[in-house]
Design a protein around this ligand. Structure first.
Ligand code: SPV
Ligand code: MG
Length: 670
């Protein structure tokens, strides 16, 4: 696509400003002139070939264009009769170099926003720039359309007319029809009319639509008053804020393209989402906030980078009051829709605008995202993320998983609530649920080889960190091997309980015989485990059964102190009471003497306590230890009964997940 710029005229209405200087070289704002601005904009939008008609002060125009050093090639076409002809004749002079390609045609006194040019180039039809919202000018061009297509352009049209500018994107087919008619006019001596007069005669053979510029700047500068108004607008445009939120840790060509387009609309302020905000709705960021910020700070289209602390744009929009927020159109549906609604609502309060670019999901971008996600599953990466999440959030949650499919549920389940998106931070591989899934009692009967197989199934399809229920940890001599294996495969935390002999599930409490280990022996186990582990990321947490066995808070606290001294990386305090009082008492007393060691709770029975409350009391990990098992099996039992009762599957269908959803949950190309 070429651009044809008409710069032959004398611009006599500009007064002394054009006495010694061509009108197109009039300064608009900053160090830009009308012409340098147009040429920069054309170049930014990918145009490389310029045909420019000259006349008045032609040499000055030529020299000026070259001095700009833009990546453009020029063909200057002089209209030596510029003083006595109209621009129809200038076009005629340039005919040899025209007609073989699509074209952007514009007058040399036009000042417009780059996004108009951008959009016109991308527009699939020939088009003329005009605004349905603009008042009809007395002396300038107006157009009448028939259906969707341009019928007439002129200064005397008022009925059903739209204000337009001599600014066109013309497909080669349409342009050659018009050009031919321009030639006919000029060869018949009609050189003092508008080129549009020629167009009006053959408009039914052309297909030119209106590109509605709305309220965006697109004006001719005819006189000094126009210049003052337009210059002020250009200043506003240059200084207005364009806001974009980014959660990405890989910047690819798609992002650069969007930033480039955004920079044409004003000063781009990028809000880099905090690690916490990213992790809440997407995946754990591979690169921490400070580095992601640095990436954006070094992109030339970015004016400033700020932190967006939350997923919600509210805080930054209220502070920065951007004229535009730019986003891909992919957030119109799905989990991000409420965020979008909120952005629109805030922008409406002060007249800002949301601009959505089509979301370009290319195979390369998909591939990058897939590679990033698979990185998260690499043992070294996965292992360290539990600690990072605890540091980042203070208190994290984990949901029980016992198979690949429950792992996927833990991985993918997300809910939006009050503008925030929530998902689980980690997975708990429970001994109770792993045993139950195999139809076996929770008595350390399912051996470590089988437990590791379960972990492997889960790891294969997920990326979230894993907390492993290590039961009693077994013999000290065995436990050291368990630690090594778990750490090597990428588990983040093992929790072992201070019981000995035939372990039974804690929720039986004192209804069955259970023996608590001695403090000394359990400490020895912790010490041995600590010696066996290799990284700082891997955590061995000591689980205290004193409350389960009704030995009281005092006993629990004493043991907790000893276990921490032995090197435990955290303490899990368990209870099977409905009321959380004992747990709260323990946490409070423990925190009096130890503000750092992470505390873990499993609120199966004291389930009314919220994560916020646990956090405020000093708990760091909340484990939902068995809910997927307990919700899944009754549903299966019910479906089985329905089939047996009805001797067919129809009745059971209503409580079954549609096959399509299963397919969506399980990626085909893992
Ligand atoms: C498990 O989930 O296996 C546990 C927690 O150990 S509890 O069942 O509450 O003992
Ligand atoms: Mg267990």
């Amino acid at each position: 696509m070429k651009a044809l710029l008409l710069n032959s005229g004398m611009g006599s209405r500009m007064g002394d400003l054009t006495a010694f200087c061509p009108k197109c070289m009039t300064a608009v704002y900053g160090n830009e002139t009308i012409l340098s601005r147009q040429l920069r904009q054309l170049s930014e939008c990918g145009i490389t070939e310029i045909i420019m008609t000259t006349g008045f002060l032609a040499d000055q125009v030529k020299a000026y264009c070259h001095s700009l050093k833009l990546p453009l090639t020029y063909r200057f076409v002089p209209n030596t009769r510029y003083a006595e002809t109209n621009y129809i004749y200038s076009v005629y002079c340039a005919r040899t170099w025209l007609g073989d390609d699509d074209i952007i045609l514009l007058h040399g006194d036009l000042v417009f926003e780059t996004q108009i040019l951008d959009a016109m180039i991308a527009y699939p039809h020939s088009c003329i720039a005009g605004s349905k919202e603009a008042e009809l000018p007395q002396k300038d061009f107006k157009a009448v359309f028939q259906g969707d297509y341009l019928a007439k352009v002129g200064v005397d049209l008022f009925d059903n007319a739209v204000a337009v500018q001599p600014f066109y994107k013309l497909k080669q087919k349409d342009w050659s029809v018009w050009l031919k008619q321009i030639c006919r006019f000029c060869e018949a001596g009609n050189v003092n009319c508008y080129a549009e007069d020629a167009l009006n005669e053959i408009s039914e053979n052309m297909h030119i639509k209106l590109y509605d510029t709305g309220r965006y700047l697109c004006s001719e500068i005819d006189n000094q008053e126009d210049l003052a108004v337009v210059s002020e607008k250009v200043r506003e445009i240059a200084e207005r804020v364009v806001y974009m939120g980014f959660s990405t840790d890989v910047i690819h060509s798609g992002h650069i393209e969007i930033l480039k387009r955004a920079a044409r609309m004003g000063r781009v302020i990028v809000g880099v989402l905090s690690d916490n905000a990213v992790a809440s709705y997407k995946r754990f960021p591979l690169i921490p906030f400070a580095e992601r910020k640095l990436l954006f700070e070094n992109i030339r289209y970015v004016y400033q980078v700020v932190e967006q602390r939350e997923l919600s744009y509210r805080e930054n929009l209220q502070k920065l009051k951007p004229a535009f927020v730019i986003h891909g159109d992919d957030w119109r549906t799905g989990i991000q829709k409420p965020l979008r609604d909120e952005v629109i609502e805030i922008l409406d309060t002060y007249g800002g605008k949301l601009v959505e670019f089509p979301y370009a999901e290319s195979a390369t971008i998909r591939d990058i995202e897939k590679r990033m996600t698979s990185e998260l599953a690499i043992p070294d990466f996965r292992r360290g993320r539990l600690k990072k999440a605890m540091q980042m959030k203070g208190c994290i949650n984990a949901i029980e998983v016992h198979s690949g499919i429950t792992g996927l549920i833990a991985e993918k389940t997300m809910v939006e609530h009050n503008g925030e998106v929530h998902q689980f931070d980690a997975m708990w591989v429970s001994s109770l649920c792993d045993s139950t899934a195999k139809g076996k009692p929770d008595i350390e009967l399912v051996d470590m080889t089988s437990r590791l197989r379960t972990i492997d199934d889960i790891m294969e399809v997920t990326t979230k960190p894993i907390i492993f229920d290590g039961d009693t940890g077994g013999l000290i001599e065995h436990f050291v091997y368990t630690v090594k294996t778990l750490e090597r495969i990428g588990v983040s935390m093992v929790i072992i309980e201070d019981k000995t002999g035939l372990k039974k599930n804690s929720l039986f409490g004192t209804e069955i015989e259970q023996t608590q280990d001695t403090t000394e022996h359990f400490c020895a186990k912790i010490e041995a485990g600590k010696k066996a582990k290799k990284t700082n990321d891997f955590m061995i947490v000591a689980r205290i059964e004193s409350l389960i066995l009704e030995k009281g808070v005092e006993d629990a606290l004493e043991r907790a102190g000893a276990y921490v001294k032995a090197g435990a990386d955290g303490i899990m305090i368990h209870s099977r009471k409905k009321e959380p009082d004992e747990i709260f008492a323990f946490v409070e007393r423990f925190r009096e003497g130890d503000a750092i060691t992470p505390l873990v709770v499993v609120p199966t029975t004291f389930h009314a306590v919220t994560e916020d409350e646990f956090r405020s009391r000093g708990v760091n990990v909340v484990i939902y230890a068995n809910q997927l098992t307990r919700s899944g099996f009754p549903a299966m039992q019910h479906a089985a009964e329905l089939i047996l009762r009805n001797h067919r599957a129809k009745e059971a269908d209503a409580c079954c997940m549609p096959i399509r959803e299963i397919i969506n949950l399980i990626p085909a190309d893992a």
